[in-house]
Design a protein around this ligand. Structure first.
Ligand SMILES: [Zn+2]
Ligand SMILES: [Zn+2]
Length: 152
């Protein structure tokens, strides 16, 4: 077999229809991955942004720039999921409510007690002093009764 015959054979080999199918298959897979990137970005952005516009914007960025767009998105995306932010806000509100209410926790056992309780109903820890004169509840560190001006 001479050289030209050999080259001819090689070329014929690459002219087989299987190559075309393989290339089509590869292109198809690339397109699927590309679209998966776009979809993933859209979903991730929607979980992190309140606005749909921002999610669509980032999906378009990835659609146009693909890998580059994805990298830019990963750098610039908001660090937290909305759900986490909402959950934290809820927790803060709950704490605030507890602070605003007339409840506090017993320094000894941690159970919820009212501010005007003299003694913890759970562990019997003394929570307040009693004024020696008017018997009103006083905080431990008060030197004088604010109701009757008697020094304690
Ligand atoms: Zn207690
Ligand atoms: Zn008093």
């Amino acid at each position: 077999m001479d050289l030209f015959g050999y080259v001819d054979n090689v070329l014929n080999f690459f002219r087989l229809p299987i190559w075309r199918y393989l290339i089509y298959g590869a292109i198809f897979i690339l397109i699927v991955i590309w679209l998966a990137f776009v979809y993933w970005t859209f979903r991730d952005a929607k979980l992190r942004n309140t606005s749909l516009v921002a999610a669509v914007f980032w999906a378009l960025v990835v659609l146009v720039f693909n890998f580059l767009g994805l990298i830019i998105y990963l750098i610039l995306r908001p660090p937290e999921y909305i759900e986490d932010v909402l959950e934290r806000d809820l927790e803060i509100k709950r704490m605030q409510l507890l602070l605003d209410s007339d409840l506090s926790s017993c320094p000894s056992c941690g159970n919820e007690v009212k501010h005007d309780f003299m003694i913890c109903p759970y562990c019997r820890k003394k929570l307040k002093n009693t004024c020696i004169s008017c018997k009103k509840p006083l905080e431990f560190n008060w030197k004088v009764c604010p109701y009757c001006k008697t020094a304690q």
